[in-house]
Design a protein around this ligand. Structure first.
Ligand code: SF4
Ligand code: SF4
Length: 403
């Protein structure tokens, strides 16, 4: 039996398909540990999983720092047992890392884990690494991140937002990451991706170099079965799996249209035994409380399953990253990135993050205004030029007006 067939068979064995065809995993296949955390005199039993070959046991929910603007949220997360904080060099133009640095100052270094992500310059359309990508530039950016965090090393260092196999396996990327490890500035290295995930995950597996991978993975993905299979192969090869974008486009737990059932979305992704932790963002103390409850019990209730099925059938704000639109666009705009910016604005309610992204794309001065009839047909029915025109306006807003 081929390895592919074997993996697929194991995968199917662990998958239940509900009456409406929405896939749910059987909880009986989960491998995990429980640890009792005692905070404020209260004992709670949280679920932990081991992050692959790193051997590090993490709670199934870590904290994505991207849109927490209040340091008290980070403190509350750490104090309640969420001991892994995740950020990026570019988030809030570095202020996110600085905020985390302030929060962890004075805490024992072995009481928390820190991830950060650093990008390599690349084509925004093809994802090909640009000639400007240099080992020394990457390592200088890492030094800046470490300074902001007030640390000598990060636990997990990610190459930020890889779009394809070429970027994962590029010599400059591998050499930079290896040097960071050798210099003792990163314990473990990995790759984050929210586009073309199966290819990127498989490249990480094939590399035999990376320690973990951080893919977008959620119930809204039309291709989530392919993502799941790639994750299974990666986990089998020993990679740690950190799932991101688990809310399916509503990082603020509600979009402009409706709230999302955050517990259900988290439980759905954690039904996959190969996902070791997740990095949802917290924008309020209520979000932390919801996530702590999930850390105690991953069982999907019938009403949560109904919510997921209903939500999965709606278009929402999550761009699938399929790339179908880019070939059709006269101006070859980086449409998936623009849709992500739209999602950050109306789903995550973080226009500052969206503005950073839009500005980084180097768009022409006028977008979607001169084409006449737009030929772009989105695979899930997004009004692409309308969303682009809307979100591109962020370029003209002074940053001091944006939270
Ligand atoms: S209207 Fe916008 S999305 Fe459509 S082809 Fe023109 S530039 Fe591309
Ligand atoms: S076709 Fe639609 S879903 Fe696919 S990448 Fe373009 S905007 Fe996203």
């Amino acid at each position: 039996m081929s390895e592919k067939l074997l993996n697929r068979r194991n995968f199917m064995k662990s998958t239940l398909v509900s009456v409406t065809g929405f896939p749910l995993l059987a909880s009986g296949v989960l491998k995990q540990e429980e640890k009792v955390e005692e905070k404020g005199g209260k004992k709670r039993k949280f679920i932990y999983r081991t992050l692959g070959k790193t051997g590090i046991k993490l709670p199934v929910i870590s904290m994505g720092g991207m849109y927490a603007i209040d340091p008290a949220l980070f403190r509350a997360a750490l104090d309640s047992g969420i001991n892994h904080l995740e950020t990026a060099h570019i988030h809030m133009a570095g202020k996110n890392e600085e905020m985390i640095g302030e929060v962890i100052k004075g805490r024992p270094r072995d009481s928390y884990f820190i991830s950060t992500k650093i990008p390599f310059p690349r084509s925004i359309i093809t994802g090909a690494l640009s000639p400007a990508a240099k080992e020394e530039t990457f390592l200088r950016m890492l030094d800046i991140s470490l300074k902001r965090l007030g640390l000598d090393y990060v636990d997990f260092l990610c190459s930020h937002n890889a779009m394809n196999r070429q970027m994962v396996l590029h010599e400059t990327v591998l050499n930079s990451m290896e040097k960071a490890k050798k210099d003792g500035k990163a314990r473990f290295v990995g790759v984050s991706t929210h586009r073309n995930e199966p290819e990127v995950i498989q490249a990480c597996t094939d590399s035999k170099f990376y320690d973990f991978v951080m893919p977008a993975y959620n119930f809204k993905q039309k291709h989530h079965l392919e993502v799941r299979e790639a994750i299974a192969r990666a986990a089998q090869a020993g990679l740690g799996i950190v799932a991101m974008k688990v809310m399916g486009g509503t990082g603020g737990r509600s979009d402009i249209l409706r709230p999302v059932n955050a517990s259900a979305a988290l439980k759905w992704v954690l039904q996959d035994p190969n996902v070791h932790t997740t990095v949802p963002g917290f924008a309020s103390f209520d979000h932390i409380n919801i996530d702590l409850a999930v850390m105690e019990d991953l069982t999907l209730t019938d009403s949560e399953k109904d919510d997921l099925q209903r939500e999965a059938s709606l278009p929402g704000l999550y761009c699938q990253g399929c790339g179908q639109c880019e070939k059709q666009c006269f101006a070859r705009l980086p449409i998936p990135d623009l849709m992500r910016a739209y999602m950050y604005t109306y789903g995550y309610r973080r226009p500052a993050v969206a503005q950073e992204l839009v500005v980084s794309l180097g768009l022409p001065p006028r977008v979607c205004e001169e084409c006449g009839v737009c030929p772009v047909k989105c695979s899930i029915g997004f009004d692409v030029p309308g969303k682009i025109r809307d979100v591109a306006r962020l370029r003209d807003v002074p940053t001091e007006f944006i939270a």
